[in-house]
Write a protein that binds this ligand. Structure first.
Ligand code: SF4
Length: 260
């Protein structure tokens, strides 16, 4: 099988196994593995199949039952929905069923985990929310995501804020954003906005290939290193993991450690 992406994910493995199953039904011999050629370089990766192609058998059985009208697929809203032609119907059905997948970012695994606890609807999940008491000595801010609080907000149609947000302030503030292409597996753009006593300065460093990634990383570190006490802001953990990844190959570790 050929795949345009560099990484092989579970659906691709399963699809390959289903192809193996189709072949086995024609040839009478079940293959034990298949090969996926990935990315532009067509790098070959061998994928081992489950014994007796069990995973593919189960999938094909399930699809056959759905096709015959004996089963219907479980509705699970997912990141692909905004681009899907059925999004309105599915969203309306999800609202009607009060399904947990209305919570953005809740993965299938987590939906199943809540299901095992007997929580199948947003209303049920909303009832489980209990704000944690803050310890007297604790001054750490939790970044924990409370699905139950999200469910409560949706149920009550209100915005809840867990404590007052505290954003640190300083003479020099740097806002950092990096963009990557997951298929190509490298960061191609580092964007920065620096506020200091002179005003606002914008930077954008581009990499046309993976070989140039280190170069734009060094440019970014050089900008931050100009300031003694800069505060660096970014949204989410991606920028941090990028810096951590590049730290291994950085010639000068100190400015990178400071940035982290
Ligand atoms: S809108 Fe419905 S059919 Fe389309 S991806 Fe989402 S859940 Fe699947």
């Amino acid at each position: 099988m050929f795949s345009g992406t560099r990484q092989i994910r579970k659906p691709q493995r399963l699809l390959l196994e289903v192809m193996g199953l189709c072949l086995s039904r024609i040839q009478g011999i079940a293959p034990s593995a298949g090969i996926i050629y990935c990315g532009l370089e067509c790098a070959a990766t061998t994928v081992r199949f489950t014994s007796n192609l069990r995973a593919a058998e189960e999938l094909v059985d399930e699809v056959t039952r759905m096709q015959q009208g004996d089963a219907s697929p479980k509705l699970l809203l997912n990141p692909h929905c905004p681009a899907c032609e059925f999004r309105r119907q599915c969203h309306a059905q999800a609202v009607k069923e009060d399904t947990l997948s209305l919570l953005r970012g809740l993965k299938e695994k987590e939906v199943k985990r809540y299901g095992r606890k007997g929580l199948f609807t947003l209303t049920q999940l909303a009832h489980t929310f209990r704000p944690r008491r803050k310890g007297r000595r604790s001054n750490r801010r939790s970044s924990h995501r409370y699905h139950a609080l999200q469910a409560l907000a949706i149920r009550d149609k209100r915005v809840y804020v867990m404590g007052a947000p505290e954003v640190p302030n300083g003479a020099v503030r740097i806002y950092l954003d990096v963009e990557s292409n997951p298929d190509e597996g490298f960061v191609y753009l580092v964007g920065m906005i620096v506020y200091d006593s002179c005003g606002e300065t914008r930077y954008s460093f581009w990499a046309d290939s993976k070989d140039q990634e280190r170069e734009i990383f060094d440019q970014m570190v050089a900008v931050v290193a100009r300031y003694e006490d800069a505060l660096v802001f970014c949204y989410g953990g991606y920028e941090r993991s990028f810096v951590k990844r590049m730290r291994r190959q950085a010639a000068r570790k100190r400015p990178v450690a400071k940035l982290l």
